[in-house]
Ligand binder design. Structure first.
Ligand SMILES: Cc1cc2nc3c(=O)[nH]c(=O)nc-3n(C[C@H](O)[C@H](O)[C@H](O)COP(=O)(O)OP(=O)(O)OC[C@H]3O[C@@H](n4cnc5c(N)ncnc54)[C@H](O)[C@@H]3O)c2cc1C
Length: 455
């Protein structure tokens, strides 16, 4: 059974399409010939919805607040002359992520290997891969926990959702040393401390992830190539940039969107793919139901800052270099892997409070702090550093975070309310996905929302 089917079986999958299929209250009237669909957001979710509608010859318009498409997919050129690009948003395409891989194939985009062998720096001590590990009895116990999770009943899934990942691991007898490691590694995945993540949310991800934890590939020439290729197919004339929606009005069979610049768009259905923070800022007329508003007020997004340092030389030598540390820079990986350039980039991927601290530093301070994290492994590398390009998602105007983080009681407690349609509006986006926090999830929810409108 794959992850999607497991979540269905435990009652934990709540896409718009599923809600409409299973529950009359949420069933939406199907789209009639000539009716127009408005889509809020030109991230992967909005573009996926649009691409599906485009293939069905259904008229639509995407309204995007930024002056670029892609949202949290954001490739940046760090050095023009060297053709060095880095991902400031989504990085990896997972081996289990079938929809995104199929889309890449359909759009003739190559996937490059982006797997790493992990080094570790702990309390100033540096360990190469295979020089560090979890205790042996914990490694086998953990495998058993992952296997047993797949047999979990719906009732026990809900019990698991009441406890955080850190406490759950402690209850399972993890040692002091191993919980330190687990916090460092798993907080990298969730973007905040594992004390803030539901044990159900964690296990449902890890039990179904590829051996490399979905850190498998990247798209050649940058992940933005995918959104660009989709936009080319859809046609840029259907994508309105710099159109920040401020009001959404539903009257009879009509939906009207008012944008910050005074422009207005009319349609018969709306697919809203906005992250929770942006969604909450919209003036909805009539207002959203109270249970949805409550759910919107509860869901948090993790704080991540990605800082790619351009180095004159690739002093780390190993192509597959990455390193988890207990320093402010947190996690490093060789982001110029597979790029043919003399210079190279190491990206620091810092989470939670560490991300916030780094975001307050100027360029020079940031470079110093990041190089400090590399010191136990490579000595003083400051002389090699040329510049840093970074983006702090905790401060992003639209998402105020990198991706949603499901705390205790939330997977089963609020997801359904977040996902359920409201009259002529359906909702999509990474935060509603089974592969939540991933591009795969954003694509699936966008496609599901579009499918939900079709007969
Ligand atoms: C730092 C970071 C690392 C990540 N790493 C990975 C990874 O390695 N692998 C992976 O698969 N995924 C990763 N992700 C997650 C992935 O990027 C997201 O799941 C996915 O891109 C979200 O797509 P979306 O369409 O749901 O949302 P978004 O991309 O946020 O799209 C929503 C769009 O709505 C627009 N918008 C907001 N408000 C308004 C408004 N009022 N009016 C009109 N438009 C508006 C926004 O500008 C945005 O373009 C990462 C994300 C981040 C930030």
């Amino acid at each position: 059974m794959d992850r999607r089917n497991f979540l269905k079986a435990t009652g934990a999958l709540t896409t718009t399409a599923m809600l409409s299929q299973n529950n009359q209250t949420y069933a939406q009237p199907k789209l009639r010939t000539g009716e127009h669909v408005l889509i809020l957001g030109a991230g992967l979710s909005g573009l996926s919805a649009a691409y599906l509608l485009h293939k069905q010859n259904i008229p639509f318009t995407i309204l995007e607040a930024r002056n670029r498409i892609g949202g949290r997919v954001f490739t940046h050129t760090a050095d023009e002359a060297e053709n060095l690009h880095v991902e400031l948003g989504a990085e990896w395409v997972g081996a289990s992520h079938e929809r995104i891989q199929a889309l890449c194939k359909e759009l003739n985009l190559n996937l490059l290997n982006h797997q790493f062998e992990t080094h570790l720096t702990l309390e100033g001590q540096y360990f190469k891969p295979k020089q560090w590990n979890y205790e042996q009895n914990w490694t086998s116990k953990y495998q058993t926990l992952l296997t047993n999770f797949k047999q979990l009943t719906s009732k026990n899934s809900k019990v698991l959702d009441q406890i955080d990942w850190w406490r759950y691991l402690n209850n399972q007898g993890i040692s002091e040393k191993d919980i330190e490691l687990k916090e460092l590694f798993d907080s990298t995945d969730f973007g905040e401390s594992i004390r803030n993540v539901s044990a159900y949310a964690s296990l449902s991800e890890y039990a179904y992830s590829s051996p490399n934890n979905e850190m498998d590939f990247r798209i050649e020439r940058g992940n933005t190539r995918l959104v660009e290729a989709m936009a080319e197919k859809i046609g840029m004339t259907h994508i309105m940039l710099s159109k920040k929606a401020t009001h959404v009005k539903q009257e009879g069979k009509q939906v009207q969107v008012l944008c910050e610049d005074g422009s207005q768009y009319n349609g018969h259905r709306l697919i809203c793919t906005l992250p929770v923070f942006a969604l909450s800022k919209i003036n909805w007329q009539p207002g959203l139901p109270a249970d949805k508003t409550d759910a919107l007020n509860q869901l948090q997004y993790c704080r991540i800052i990605k800082s790619a340092v351009v180095f004159k030389e690739r002093f780390w030598q190993e192509e597959a270099f990455d390193m988890v540390t207990d320093t402010t820079a947190h996690y490093f990986f060789h982001s110029s892997k597979n790029l043919k350039s003399v210079k190279g980039t190491l990206t620091s991927y810092a989470i939670g409070e560490k991300a916030h601290v780094l975001s307050k530093m100027n360029q020079e301070q940031k470079i110093r702090e990041i190089c400090q994290g590399l010191k136990p492994a490579f000595g003083d590398v400051l002389p090699y550093a040329e510049k840093v390009v970074s983006y702090y998602w905790g401060g992003d105007a639209f998402s105020k975070g990198a991706y949603a983080i499901y705390d205790t009681h939330q997977w089963f407690g609020i997801r359904e309310n977040l996902a359920k349609p409201f009259r002529n509006i359906s909702f999509a986006g990474e935060h509603l996905a089974d592969w939540q926090g991933f591009m795969e999830g954003a694509i699936q929810t966008g496609e599901d929302a579009a499918k939900g409108l079709l007969t």
